[in-house]
Design a protein around this ligand. Structure first.
Ligand code: HEM
Length: 412
């Protein structure tokens, strides 16, 4: 075993990711300490970081041992020894069987492949409109002018938020779930409360007069004679805004950057657009928008030769597992033809596997199709090493990413 690198990054600290994900350190961990222990200001027993693909899969799939409660989010340590007031224990992603299974069955009624496929035309029209809005400009910020809008509108379309209310809902979403360090805890709390009350009013309207939207489907959904409560639907509304927006946005931004930084691969895709679905899987693996989630063992457990006690958090580092040379040939290479590609960007299997995976794939397909076909001379405007990144230990991506182009061609 080689010595622990001096200044080893602190994996729960958002500042660790200010200049990107520490892939070199992950490699060291995989080779030397695949189940590594870290101290943490809030968790008395510290936490364990799991970096090998096979171990991440084992934790993710053994839900009886590795629980999601009280929540799978790691405290970023910024509050010192005072625990983070997360308010996340009611979310679907914080539940375990049997409640999780029941909730997920009910929610799945609103997430059928047909409902996702039905969004396709609206998605294309929306993407065209977003790009049309840029035609007179020589460049823009890929994050705020392009990538951010589609995921926000898709969730709003799905849930049934009227156009007139969208700006307000999007503002609340950014304040509540965004990673802008300038937003205070009070502002975050205020926005979350207002969004929750808004979801409550939407539920009341749908109860009185059902429509063809997710809110109405969830209100009517029934499994074994049980329904979702209004509170459960409102909490799910909040989770959707969070889970569906930041993640997909960062796949679009960091994925576009990866393509622009690999012109040979971009050329492969331009000459063979049919490769796009395979290419998106590789972009998901290569950029891994969700860095990690944690689990908390209910009993003593051995993992990678280490003894983990009940209550000690276990971090599944997806970004490390997706670069594990034990699972992928030449893992640091972007290879858009990689197939098979059993990446863990949507989770490593098990009951919490991303509910929106197919929707995210569809959004990415439509967006990348349009970016590839409509922008001529697309390029990054500056040095990506200097662009500010999202301040988060959960989501990897850019807060700003300036791009420029020669011309935007009309939509076909
Ligand atoms: C590129 C985009 C996305 C990525 C990388 C991503 C990634 C993930 C990951 C890693 C998990 C945890 C899996 C686990 O614990 O096993 C998850 C869960 C979840 N995702 Fe996504 N996600 C994306 C987009 C979406 C979208 C568009 C939606 C909704 C419209 C969504 C809804 C959810 C929900 C509801 C859960 C919790 C499921 C549960 O606990 O049962 N995600 N996602």
């Amino acid at each position: 075993m080689s010595a622990t690198p001096v200044d080893a990054p602190v994996l729960h600290d958002p500042r660790t990711y200010d200049h990107g994900v520490p892939y070199e350190y992950y490699r060291w961990l995989r080779d030397n300490e695949p189940v590594a222990h870290f101290e943490h200001p809030t968790y008395p027993g510290g936490y364990w970081a799991v970096t090998r693909y096979a171990d991440v899969q084992r934790v993710s799939r053994d839900a009886a041992t590795f629980r999601n409660a009280p929540d799978p989010f790691i405290d970023d340590g910024s509050m010192g020894p005072a625990p983070q007031e997360a308010g996340t224990s009611e979310l679907l992603i914080s539940k375990d069987a049997p409640e999780h299974i029941k909730l997920r069955k009910l929610i799945n009624k609103g997430f059928t492949p047909r409902r996702v496929a039905d969004l396709q035309d609206r998605l294309r029209a929306r993407t065209d409109a977003i790009i049309d809005g840029l035609v007179d400009r020589p460049g823009c910020d890929l994050v705020h002018d392009l990538a951010l809008w589609l995921p926000l509108h898709v969730i709003a379309d799905m849930v049934g938020v009227p156009e007139a209310d969208r700006k307000q809902v999007f503002d609340w979403t950014e304040l509540t779930f965004g990673f802008d360090p300038a937003v205070t805890a009070e502002q975050r709390q205020q926005a979350a409360t207002e969004m929750f009350l808004y979801a409550d009013a939407m539920c009341a309207e749908r109860e009185a007069e059902p429509r063809d939207d997710l809110m109405s489907v969830l209100l009517e959904a029934e499994v074994d004679g049980e329904h979702l409560t209004r509170f459960q639907i409102e909490v799910f509304f909040m989770l959707l805004q969070n889970a569906g927006s930041e993640t997909t946005r960062n796949l679009i931004t960091t994925g576009t950057l990866a393509l622009l930084e690999h012109p040979d691969q971009l050329e492969v895709l331009r000459t063979d657009p049919g490769l796009l679905p395979t290419a998106i899987e590789e972009l998901l693996r290569y950029v891994t928008p969700v860095i990690q989630f944690t689990r908390t063992p209910a009993t003593d457990v051995e993992l990678g030769g280490r003894h983990i006690r009940p209550g000690e958090r276990v971090m599944m580092v997806y970004s490390a597992a997706n670069r594990d040379e034990r699972a992928f040939v030449d893992p640091d290479r972007l290879d858009l033809r990689r197939d098979p590609n059993d990446h863990v960007a949507f989770g490593a299997g098990g009951p919490h596997f991303c509910l929106g995976a197919n929707l995210a794939r569809l959004e990415a397909r439509v967006m990348f199709e349009q970016i590839l076909s409509r922008f001529e001379g697309l390029r990054v405007d500056g040095d990506p090493a200097t662009f500010p990144r999202v301040s988060s230990n959960l989501i990897d991506g850019f807060a700003e990413l300036p791009i420029a182009w020669d011309r935007i061609v009309p939509a076909t």
